[in-house]
Design a protein around this ligand. Structure first.
Ligand SMILES: Cc1cc2nc3c(=O)[nH]c(=O)nc-3n(C[C@H](O)[C@H](O)[C@H](O)COP(=O)(O)O)c2cc1C
Length: 142
């Protein structure tokens, strides 16, 4: 089984809770995922992992968080070739546009999306939590 990194940015804890649920799902499937905030991760670390979960809420106007996460994501993109990736994040009043844009951008590169992105309104409820755990399982099975 390959190594899994779960990398997220979270301002008020909702996407962090999702990240922890993704980790829970991966552990339940037998993996030992490592969790990082955006500030703790870098492009140099990508080579240590076979699969990555990237999490960021909808910020700005349907955008990735621009100070830490967007620059990190831009630096990761060129080195994601051959990696299995899943995306997740929390949103507020929008309709998930930021995630559609993010998915489209990721799919235009060389990473393999392992599952449909998971988006949750606010804090993950039971259904959202289950979807996050399933992302973790997909990562573990990749
Ligand atoms: C500065 C700012 C901009 C935001 N922009 C959007 C947005 O464009 N669309 C949306 O659906 N929610 C938006 N939100 C709401 C957040 O996505 C939502 O509160 C989310 O749950 C925050 O996740 P977090 O707890 O992981 O930070 C915004 C929140 C903030 C603070």
């Amino acid at each position: 089984m390959g190594k899994i990194a779960i990398v997220y940015w979270s301002g008020t804890g909702n996407t962090q809770a999702m990240a922890e649920l993704v980790a829970e799902g991966a552990r339940a499937a037998g993996a030992s995922p490592e969790l990082f905030t955006a500030a703790q991760f870098s492009a140099e670390k990508v080579k240590e992992y076979t699969a990555l979960a990237l999490g960021c809420p909808s910020m700005g106007a349907e955008q990735l968080e621009e100070t830490e996460f967007e620059p990190l994501y831009q630096s990761l993109k060129p080195v994601l070739g051959g990696k299995g990736v899943v995306l997740f994040g929390s949103y507020g009043w929008g309709d998930g546009e930021w995630m559609r844009s993010w998915q489209e951008d990721l799919e235009s590169g060389s990473a393999t999306l392992l599952a449909e992105p998971v988006i949750v309104n606010g804090f993950p409820d039971e259904e959202g939590g289950q979807a996050c755990r399933q992302l973790g399982e997909k990562l573990a099975q990749s």
